[in-house]
Design a protein around this ligand. Sequence first.
Ligand SMILES: NC(=O)c1ccc[n+]([C@@H]2O[C@H](COP(=O)([O-])OP(=O)(O)OC[C@H]3O[C@@H](n4cnc5c(N)ncnc54)[C@H](O)[C@@H]3O)[C@@H](O)[C@H]2O)c1
Ligand SMILES: OC[C@@H](O)C(O)[C@H](O)CO
Length: 472
Amino acid sequence: MSLPLLSEFVILHLGLGSFHRAHQAVYLQQLIEAGDARWSLSGANLRPDMAELLATLRAQDGCYTVETVSPAGDYRYQRIGAIREVLPWEPSLAAVVARGADPRTRIVSFTVTEAGYYLDPQDRLDTGAAELAEDLARARRGEAGQTIYGAVCAILRARHDASAGPVTLLNCDNLRHNGRRFRQGLLAFIEEAGMPALASWVRENTTCPNAMVDRITPRPPPELRARVREATGWDDAAPVTAERFTQWVIEDDFIHGRPDWARVGVELVDSVAPYEEAKIRILNASHSCIAWAGTLVGLQYIHEGTRTPAIRRMAFDYVTEDVIPCLDTPGHPSPVDLPAYRDVVLERFGNPAIRDTNQRVAMDGFSKIPGFIAPTVRERLARGEGIAGVAVLPALFLFFLRRWHAGTLPYRYQDQGMDEAVAHAICDAPDPVTAMCSDAGLWGDVAGDLRLVDAVRAASERVRTFIEEKSR
Ligand SMILES: NC(=O)c1ccc[n+]([C@@H]2O[C@H](COP(=O)([O-])OP(=O)(O)OC[C@H]3O[C@@H](n4cnc5c(N)ncnc54)[C@H](O)[C@@H]3O)[C@@H](O)[C@H]2O)c1
Ligand SMILES: OC[C@@H](O)C(O)[C@H](O)CO
């Protein structure tokens, strides 16, 4: 297959959702505008869920507008042309594999959501998941798959066969130790597919830096197109909108070169751990807290919940009482000013111009509880400390889940990590609190711990009172 020339070096990105276009593509655009055009992006989706958007982007030569809005309500518009190639989706992923095996491709990056990694709390690959089982069967037949592992496995096999050289695999999802854990899952997938020689090659010829990514990027609302047209004169059919704030911290472990991202504000560090812990536990977990609580009292947007004192208090207390003492200890002070970080995060959430929906942020609770919330419970219990602050979050989720179970949520709840039979069984149990707190998929080694059960039960009373007061 002949492929068009993109640039000297290429980043192949898998998962062309809103976030990639508002974050990684913007950094590369800024670098290009600063005069360094050695790198460009090729973008693709592993699933057929964005066919229309991909077609639109192709029709626009990969160009689109990013709208950003500051907490003070200042709007700015930037045209992005860094995605120089948009690969159409096809079941074989042939063009994706070919681009991945192109020697110019030095980085394969991806955003496939937290639920796209199929790792259990012990970081074992959940080979029982239907999509993964299908992809393993495809890999054994020499075909590409539609999970990140099935796709990257096919790319690496083609790259190995073509002697195309080493490649960095860069995870841009909200996942703790996202590079290391992806690598663990990938190697397990390749071994399970019966390709030990490829696994050895991957160990030697790839790196997977951990990275922390941050920019609140809501689903593009219908009115965005008109706003962009009004502001820029361009009738862009694929714009995105995001907050002005942006951050990308990456461990500097690239095996075959990288863009000079430091020129445009990317932080290249030795260890991303303190940044990702602060982000996941303070930003992402509080975000879910506000989305679940807001939904329970009939709110539609994140800023509305953040500006509701009782909801803000739940998030503030959770961070202040339970998270900060975990992340900033006398032996290991955090390089992040955590109270200031908390305050900035709450200010960002309160931005009314972002209009981020509770529906988007509430999703994937069955992946977010183990990833964002359970570590705080585990660490505090191990140290004999109380968990009253953090217990409010699963208590909110349980009320939320029971609304889903009863069919009374105001929107469709999406949760790729949820086994619906398990979720219904939790809600139908004589004691749903005990049932939820005993779920090993949510809580790992603290599942069933009576201190967790008691704390969530007490927190549930606080949540019940909150809902009753708000509905009076
Ligand atoms: N939106 C944000 O504010 C934000 C900020 C930081 C990080 N992120 C990360 O980016 C992810 C995507 O966010 P978005 O706003 O682009 O969402 P989106 O809905 O616009 O796009 C989701 C993308 O993930 C793909 N995908 C979903 N499940 C998959 C799976 N199981 N396997 C393979 N591909 C899958 C979809 O095809 C699509 O390309 C988030 O889940 C998060 O990890 C998002
Ligand atoms: O908490 C939901 C996330 O998608 C969030 O918007 C993002 O992580 C902010 O960077």
